[in-house]
Design a protein around this ligand. Structure first.
Ligand SMILES: Cc1cc2nc3c(=O)[nH]c(=O)nc-3n(C[C@H](O)[C@H](O)[C@H](O)COP(=O)(O)OP(=O)(O)OC[C@H]3O[C@@H](n4cnc5c(N)ncnc54)[C@H](O)[C@@H]3O)c2cc1C
Ligand SMILES: *[C@@H]1O[C@H](CO)[C@@H](O)[C@H](O)[C@H]1NC(C)=O
Ligand SMILES: *[C@@H]1O[C@H](CO)[C@@H](O)[C@H](O)[C@H]1NC(C)=O
Ligand SMILES: *[C@@H]1O[C@H](CO)[C@@H](O)[C@H](O)[C@H]1NC(C)=O
Ligand SMILES: *[C@@H]1O[C@H](CO)[C@@H](O)[C@H](O)[C@H]1NC(C)=O
Ligand SMILES: *[C@@H]1O[C@H](CO)[C@@H](O)[C@H](O)[C@H]1NC(C)=O
Ligand SMILES: *[C@@H]1O[C@H](CO)[C@@H](O)[C@H](O)[C@H]1NC(C)=O
Length: 511
């Protein structure tokens, strides 16, 4: 780690060396007295403008290597330098410096972004948000101001200590804003809506380095709630928070043989519809498919998780229709809201939070309900791909996320850039594999697309609806942001006004 004040001499020497090696693009107009010879970027000029606690990591240093390591090792962004701002003004200065030197820049946070469009960043500055991590609860207890680099778990824990909570991503190792800027799904969305539905105001550094405050009346407010990655660097948000009303949770884990795909998803679909009841606001149903030879050596299992708020055991009314199908395993746990990530395998110490060097592409689709025929077809393909002796995909995970939707649907469909309030289920295969080069990447890509295509054909939908935060990267802006013409027109107009040269166009670019 480099404290600028202490290490300025070393940094100057390094900056000169880097610049003079021609590692970065030539920018003659950036030169001044004492700068490098033509052909370089003088990072010491940036260092001189940053606050005392800001840091700059050099390539080859362990801090640099740690900062650029990502969760998914597929089509990754490449940077020549990592800047770790500690103030809003540091971000302003970094963006202005990057622009003066015609360098691309990319905000990084929890490094779980996996969309392959990130690979278009081939050089430039990574802006690592980790020092902007303040969390301040307002005196009225109704909002909190959350730094642009706050992690999901840190926020949950800080609010919990004050008897509060808000919607965050479910996974402990993603940031608060990475998920939020794309809409943001979380355990509490049935009560309060998406992560981005909580945004009241935010401070944002725009493409030209201007720092602005956005409130509900700002033109950009709509766009930041679903397409936010395209418009700026959020240095902080002020978001709604709530008193904790239901600290307790219980979960039933019911593991079924793959033979029962149709039966399980018939119940998952019809349990509420057939009785004329609506999905209860206190119940989440998630399921995973994975190959675990210790449970079934022949084929992947179906693990159904029924998660209920406010109880110490899941109601029999919820579990019985599934128990009637005869699961292989039936387990129950109870605890609090803060245990949910561990129960579902996405806590800090769980495999999805480790950087293993694996490629982790997903192929998401939003669905209204399960088509049991399509579930069977895609299960068979998943089974073939994960269980054969020579497969690289034996650790693949098929995810089916059924959150309560009341809070999401309470907000009108056109209120934000998030386009998929009308859908109910977030579904995606995650084809985790150890990358060996383009040939295997292509096999994974074809397989994932084939799986998604089966679900798409079974859905009866006429457009591919995907969650930008799970997207592979081959989908189009229509799939990420909605195919309605008015949505595309509005997004393009805003992009033209706020980011005309596409500085924020590495993550699911609108244009
Ligand atoms: C195990 C796992 C669990 C997940 N669970 C959920 C979930 O429960 N709900 C959900 O909605 N999504 C979930 N996701 C998807 C998640 O939304 C994306 O992976 C997201 O990109 C992660 O953000 P990050 O900050 O961790 O990643 P990063 O790669 O650091 O950030 C992703 C992108 O976000 C932008 N960005 C980040 N911070 C800022 C900022 N302060 N200002 C401006 N732009 C910024 C940048 O464009 C960056 O490229 C999950 C992903 C994984 C791998
Ligand atoms: C989150 O909390 C952990 C554990 O307390 C801490 O090490 C880490 O620095 C925090 N991260 C941020 C971004 O605040
Ligand atoms: C990332 O994948 C490439 C192959 O595409 C491999 O050479 C490299 O070692 C991997 N990185 C890590 C950190 O494992
Ligand atoms: C094993 O699975 C891989 C990945 O889907 C596939 O390419 C390969 O053809 C399969 N092999 C056999 C023998 O089925
Ligand atoms: C699972 O959640 C989805 C989305 O809310 C819902 O449509 C479905 O009815 C739920 N199923 C069960 C069994 O709760
Ligand atoms: C379910 O999927 C199958 C296979 O794609 C399709 O033939 C059928 O029409 C779908 N059913 C509905 C109700 O859409
Ligand atoms: C920066 O961009 C914003 C949005 O396009 C614009 O309103 C503002 O005037 C610009 N600032 C400068 C200094 O050019």
């Amino acid at each position: 780690m480099y404290h600028l004040q202490l290490k300025l001499a070393a940094l100057l020497a390094w900056a000169a060396a880097v610049a003079c090696e021609g590692v970065v693009a030539p920018v003659p107009e950036a030169r001044g007295p004492g700068d490098c010879p033509p052909g370089g970027v003088n990072y010491a000029q940036l260092a001189a403008k940053l606050s005392k606690a800001a840091q700059i990591y050099q390539p080859g240093s362990s801090a640099f290597n740690a900062a650029v390591a990502r969760w998914s090792n597929l089509s990754i962004p490449v940077a020549n330098v990592v800047v770790v701002p500690s103030t809003e003004n540091d971000i302003v200065q970094t963006v202005k410096f990057a622009n003066q030197n015609s360098l691309p820049f990319l905000t990084t946070n929890g490094v779980h972004g996996s969309i392959t469009t990130l690979g278009a960043m081939t050089h430039g500055i990574e802006i690592l948000m980790s020092q902007l991590n303040r969390i301040a609860i307002a005196s009225d207890g109704k909002t909190a101001t959350i730094g642009g680099g706050v992690m999901s778990k840190n926020l949950t824990d800080a609010l919990w200590a004050a008897g509060k909570q808000t919607v965050t991503g479910t996974c402990e190792c993603v940031s608060y804003l990475g998920p939020g800027l794309g809409g943001g799904h979380g355990w509490l969305q049935g009560r309060y809506g998406l992560i981005s539905d909580q945004f009241v105001s935010m401070n944002v550094v725009l493409a030209n380095g201007s720092l602005i405050t956005i409130d509900q009346n700002s033109r950009l407010s709509w766009a930041m709630k679903g397409a936010g990655h395209n418009f700026g660097i959020v240095t902080s948000t002020t978001s709604k928070i709530y008193d904790i009303q239901h600290p307790n949770y219980a979960m039933a884990t019911l593991i079924f043989s793959g033979d029962q795909v149709e039966a399980v998803y018939r119940v998952a679909n019809e349990q509420w519809h057939s009785t004329g009841k609506t999905m209860p606001v206190n119940l989440i149903n998630w399921s995973y498919w994975f190959f675990d030879p210790t449970i079934d050596p022949q084929k992947p299992v179906i693990a159904m998780y029924l998660i209920q708020e406010g109880v110490s055991a899941v109601d029999a009314a919820y579990t019985q229709p599934f128990l009637d199908l005869g699961p292989i395993i039936n387990q129950a746990v109870s605890g609090t809201y803060r245990d949910l990530a561990a129960w579902t395998g996405i806590s800090l110490d769980a495999p999805p939070c480790q950087k293993t060097g694996n490629a982790n592409p997903r192929f998401p689709i939003y669905l209204k309900s399960y088509n049991t025929t399509a579930q069977r077809l895609v299960y068979n393909l998943f089974a073939q791909a994960t269980t054969n002796a020579s497969t690289p995909f034996s650790n693949a995970l098929f995810m089916f996320e059924g959150y309560p939707q009341q809070g999401v649907k309470a907000i009108s469909d056109d209120a934000t850039a998030f386009a998929y309030r009308a859908d109910n289920l977030l579904v995606a295969p995650l084809l985790s594999y150890k990358p060996t080069g383009p040939a295997l990447d292509e096999v994974a890509f074809k397989l994932g697309k084939q799986m998604r295509q089966i679900l798409y054909e079974g859905s009866g939908q006429t457009s591919l609806n995907t969650y930008v935060n799970y997207a592979y990267g081959d989908e189009t802006p229509l799939a990420w942001y909605g195919s309605d013409a008015w949505r595309q027109t509005r997004l393009h107009a805003l992009k033209g006004d706020f980011d005309p040269t596409g500085k924020f166009s590495f993550y699911g670019p609108i244009a």
